[in-house]
Design a protein. Structure first.
Length: 71
């Protein structure tokens, strides 16, 4: 990819369906815009963690928050 990595960051959940939903959303965005490099990270309770995903993404990353509610 020539542009930045878009890192979609979600809160995370212990429920596998929640993680699957975020991954499906990222996959759909990538399908609609195949020139984008879309990666996913989670703040807690799911993998990859935000620190791990940031390390993997490299220096040219744009963080895209996905509804991070207060609780």
């Amino acid at each position: 990819m020539n542009g930045p990595t878009l890192l979609a960051v979600a809160h995370g959940s212990k429920h596998p369906a929640a993680t699957a939903t975020i991954l499906a959303l990222a996959g759909e965005v990538e399908r609609l815009a195949p020139v984008l490099d879309i990666q996913v990270a989670f703040v807690q309770d799911a993998e990859p963690s935000l620190p791990d995903a940031l390390d993997a993404a490299g220096p040219d990353v744009v963080i895209v928050p996905l509804q991070l509610p207060t609780g």
